[in-house]
Structure formats: structure tokens, C-alpha cells
Write a protein that binds this ligand. Sequence first.
Ligand code: ATP
Ligand code: ZN
Length: 285
Amino acid sequence: MMKLTLAIQKSGRLHEDSMRLLKECGIDMSNGVNKLKADASNFPLELYFLRDDDIPQYVEDNVADIGFVGENVVREKKKEVISCEPLGFGKCRLSIAVKKGDAYNGVEDLKGKKIATSYPVILGDFLQEQGVQAEIHPISGSVEIAPGIGLADAICDLVSSGSTLFMNGLREATPILQSQAVLIKNTQLPPEKEAILEKLLFRIRSVKKARNHKYILLNAPNEKLSSIISLLPGMKSPTVLPLAEPGWSSVHSVLNENDFWNIIEQLRDAGAQGILVVPIEKMIL
Ligand code: ATP
Ligand code: ZN
């Protein structure tokens, strides 16, 4: 039977989340696991474990059909692959950082400066767009120490919390790219493989949706029901069930994580009691 091959990071920041996403999609990867490969026992999928930097190339060359990799790497490598779906993990940004004490009023201040980075392509495109001439100094790792040892005036590197920058006497100056892990695919997948990918994407989307939503149950006196229901979005409309105690009902609904706390407070003020919030495993719409 035909299988889809998926390249993921062998070890590093994206590995665990990639494996967890597959697991949440109900795909069991415990078959024939070794350093290079693993086989799904219940889905036509084979995994390759690779360095993240190599994944776009392998997908372009059809060594793997699809890959999970950071958007930052996809943009830097400029390979011919199609980005199909953001995956919701590996979130970070690529930013220009300068020495803490240096004055910086905007990108034009980088004119004539030397900037160290592992992302010369993305940085080069950005500077060109901004019309700023600066010297790009490509280095492959430990970019954040470059200004301290006199190798560069500024850097362009991935940031999540900013604590690494701080420890190296730097401050974030201008973010140039927001990134997260994405699913990429080869541009010429045969229809059989496209069909498997469609199934995988359907599962991934259901898992992503569920992660952003919570199931909520609450009790309310009947006279307050209509004002409580008006606060709830629900997938269609909330479910309302009578409680054993006369004059009371139980209300069930689904809330989006974004407006979650806001709505909970309003529900309490409107007279809701015994509010329970439960995670949702999958959400099929
Ligand atoms: P490999 O050995 O596979 O080349 P690596 O050292 O290049 O690994 P990691 O540091 O594991 O890569 O990061 C992999 C990806 O994780 C990055 O390309 C980026 O998309 C994402 N990421 C998320 N947060 C951060 C962060 N704070 N710093 C660096 N990368 C991050
Ligand atoms: Zn890498």
C-alpha cells in the first residue's frame, strides 16, 4: 500500500511537538522506530528524522513527500515547496537586536553597520525592502555573542522570550518575521498521496480547533437562562437540560480560548453556578 513520507526534526525544539501532534491525530508511531525512521501502525505514514535545515530540500527533492518545519527555515531556504498549514507550535520571531546601550531609532540606523545572522536571505530581503545598505555577516550558530566579541554591531536572530538577548547585553530592536511550524509539501504529489495528505490535514485541523476551545457546563436558575444563553456562542446553540431540582437547568456550550475569561466572568455575574470547564480532544466541524 502507498505511504506518505513525513520529515520532522530529529531532535530540538520542534521534535516533541511534532510527535505529540501526530499522536493527537490518532497516529501510532511506535512501529520500527530507529534513529532515522519510524512507521505508523494505523495510518499510511512513514517518518524520517532529519535536521530541520535539511527538511525543505528533502521535500523539494521528493525524498520526503511532506515535512513539519519552521516557517523561518522555509523562508530562508527558498526551496520549491508548498506551505499547506500552520501547525500552532514552534512560535518565535526573527528580530534585529542591537547592543543595550546603542541608540536605535529605526531600521535606517543600521545603515553601514555589520549585522551577524544565520538568516542572511531573510535579512537581505528585509534590508532591501527597507532600502537600507548594511553588511550582512553570515554565521551558523551562537549569533548572540557576535556583538560582544566585536564581530558585529547588531544581530538578526530568533527570539521567543528575549532572555538570551538580555544575558548577552542586547535588546530587541525590530522584529522582521513572525514564525511557527508549518506543514510543507512537494509540488507534484501523486493523487494517491494527496488523498492521504487530505486525511492527515483533516485530523490536524480538528486537533488545532479543539486546542483553542473548551467545553463548558454550568447550572442556572430558569429565570436567568435567557440572559446566560445570550452570552454563549456555542457551535449551533447551547444545550439546555433540566436539573433534578425544580426551577434549575444545566447549560452546555463550547467557548473559544480567546474570549474565555471574559465570558466566564460575565456568566458568573449573570447568575451561573457550578461552572465546569473541560478540554476538548477533537473538534469536527
Ligand atoms: P537542528 O539540529 O535540527 O538543525 P536547530 O538547532 O537548528 O536544530 P532548534 O534550536 O531546535 O534548531 O530550533 C528549531 C526551530 O524551532 C527553529 O527553526 C524555529 O522555527 C523554532 N523555534 C521556536 N522558538 C525558538 C527560539 N526561541 N529559538 C530558536 N528557535 C525557535
Ligand atoms: Zn537547524
